[in-house]
Design a protein around this ligand. Structure first.
Ligand SMILES: *[C@@H]1O[C@H](CO)[C@@H](O)[C@H](O)[C@H]1NC(C)=O
Ligand SMILES: *[C@@H]1O[C@H](CO)[C@@H](O)[C@H](O)[C@H]1NC(C)=O
Ligand SMILES: *[C@@H]1O[C@H](CO)[C@@H](O)[C@H](O)[C@H]1NC(C)=O
Ligand SMILES: *[C@@H]1O[C@H](CO)[C@@H](O)[C@H](O)[C@H]1NC(C)=O
Ligand SMILES: *[C@@H]1O[C@H](CO)[C@@H](O)[C@H](O)[C@H]1NC(C)=O
Ligand SMILES: *[C@@H]1O[C@H](CO)[C@@H](O)[C@H](O)[C@H]1NC(C)=O
Ligand SMILES: [Zn+2]
Length: 433
């Protein structure tokens, strides 16, 4: 009877010891995004370092980007755990239908009014809970959220070299310094490859395979750097992307989509975002919505046309005010051209996230991840609750689900481990009383 009472006392002690031990028991986290790394890019290239990670970490068969398979919308879904209609970053380009403003992707990176729509990214949430965070070129990291900046932020710029391997290694060294010398808890690191090569040369080319080899060497360098910096047992790493890539079809194979064949854009459209891959939007002139819709609806067999209120709910894009009245989605490989067809990109994305070519890769390793664990495919919104779990951060409301990802972890978190150890200790003490 007495010992049962003591056991209860011991148990309650363990529970109440949570807050004390909480902070210290969480490992640091590095999220790396390789832009446009399609899920199968490592299958036709020799990638010894990625292969080793299959044994020493977690691999997902592939993961699903959100429905607008573009860089900024998808990266912001990863860092907020929200669908695009919830976070409002609906395009790579900041735009204003009234003024006709259209900013480039790089210029948009510094515009807080484009990113700060109420969904808090993990950097800010973590900082509000006492962690130190940084963003190295990660989209969204250069903006302020409710007036708060990310503790340390480097922002991508025009003319930035994408594929300089020396730079890539220096960036890793910089990030290692942030973790070891400045005690950062959470860092996001972004690389513009293999997206750049995928656009310029196409995904099924020797140039793309070469850049994957470079990425593989960089991952080898990263693992060495982690080891040299004594972070092997203290740092979790997630490697992922924002969308895949597909070869653009051209007039030698298909009837390309040119909207001016079907409607007079000048007369009917007030504002549009076209000539940007497989996804487009149009704001018709006053009273012209039905006319635009009718003109395009059955115009081309490989073009899907939606009025805003017809957009399938499972896309999770239709609710946001920035989505224009007419939304266009082309079949895989078809670009949506407005008046002229420019073959600028040999490869592109922006197509339906249900297409295998739009799926992206996911790997993870570190002290909290299992070895040799193959995860089933999941939606990229679920990376957010996983990151919160790893960092011991209370998540904001989000659209992800920890049940998608928690199987990757060796246990359910530092706190329980500590409590369990304490409990064992108490039982040992009790048996000797
Ligand atoms: C577009 O610009 C106008 C004029 O500057 C401004 O009043 C309006 O709020 C802007 N719209 C959006 C959605 O930002
Ligand atoms: C963020 O806020 C700081 C301090 O108010 C300001 O100096 C900086 O320009 C802001 N950055 C952006 C991108 O709005
Ligand atoms: C790559 O970057 C390094 C370091 O910034 C620089 O010294 C070198 O000239 C660059 N190489 C090329 C080919 O641009
Ligand atoms: C058009 O497509 C064919 C078949 O994929 C390809 O060989 C050719 O290089 C493409 N031409 C252009 C201009 O992209
Ligand atoms: C476009 O508008 C102009 C001026 O209102 C008109 O003259 C022209 O016929 C229109 N074109 C078409 C194809 O409707
Ligand atoms: C996504 O999460 C937000 C915040 O909890 C919620 O308001 C919204 O309804 C969710 N969306 C869906 C489709 O469940
Ligand atoms: Zn991208």
């Amino acid at each position: 009877m007495k010992s049962e009472l003591l056991l209860v006392l011991a148990l309650s002690l363990c529970v109440s010891s949570k807050p004390l031990s909480e902070r210290k028991t969480y490992n640091k986290l590095l999220l790396i995004s390789f832009d446009g790394f399609r899920w199968d890019y490592d299958l036709d290239v020799d990638t010894p370092n990625l292969d080793q990670l299959v044994e020493e970490g977690v691999k997902a068969k592939y993961i699903n980007p959100p429905a607008i398979t573009m860089t900024s919308p998808s990266h912001f879904t990863t860092i907020t755990g929200r669908w695009i209609e919830d976070h409002g970053v609906v395009h790579n380009l900041m735009f204003n239908v009234t003024t006709g403003l259209r900013l480039t992707h790089k210029a948009t990176l510094k515009k807080s009014e484009w990113w700060d729509n109420g969904a808090l990214p993990l950097w800010i949430t973590a900082q509000n809970q006492g962690l130190k965070t940084a963003s190295f070129f990660y989209p969204g990291g250069g903006a302020n959220y409710s007036g708060q900046a990310v503790d340390r932020s480097l922002v991508g710029y025009h003319g930035q070299p994408y594929d300089n391997e020396t730079d890539w290694r220096q960036n890793i060294d910089t990030v290692m310094g942030w973790f070891t010398k400045e005690d950062f808890d959470f860092v996001t690191l972004y690389y513009g490859e293999p997206d750049n090569v995928g656009h310029n040369e196409g995904p099924e080319t020797p140039a793309r395979r070469k850049i994957i080899e470079q990425i593989d060497r960089t991952i080898g360098y990263l693992r060495e750097a982690i080891h040299k910096n004594g972070l092997t047992d203290h740092l979790n790493v997630i490697l992922t992307s924002d969308h895949g890539m597909t070869t653009i079809k051209n007039a030698t194979e298909v009837n390309e989509i040119k909207l001016s064949n079907y409607m007079n854009l000048l007369n009917l459209s007030r504002f549009d975002l076209l000539d940007y891959g497989g996804f487009g939007m149009i704001t018709p002139k006053e009273g012209k919505e039905q006319e635009v819709y009718n003109a395009l609806k059955n115009a081309h067999p490989n073009l899907k046309v939606y009025k805003k209120d017809e957009i399938p709910e499972h896309f999770h894009i239709g609710k946001h005010e920035r989505i224009q009245p007419i939304v266009l989605l082309a079949d895989l490989g078809f670009n949506i051209n407005s008046k002229i067809i420019l073959h600028i990109n040999k490869g592109d994305h922006g197509f339906s996230n249900e297409e295998m070519d739009m799926k992206m890769f996911f790997r993870a390793f570190g002290p909290d991840f299992r070895n040799n664990f193959l995860a089933e495919p999941f939606d990229s919104v679920s990376i957010y609750p996983l990151m919160c779990k790893l960092l011991g951060v209370v998540p904001e409301a989000n659209n992800g689900s920890l049940s998608d990802t928690k199987g990757m972890l060796v246990d359910v978190g530092g706190r329980i481990q500590v409590s369990f150890t304490l409990l064992l200790l108490m039982i040992v003490i009790l048996t000797f009383i």
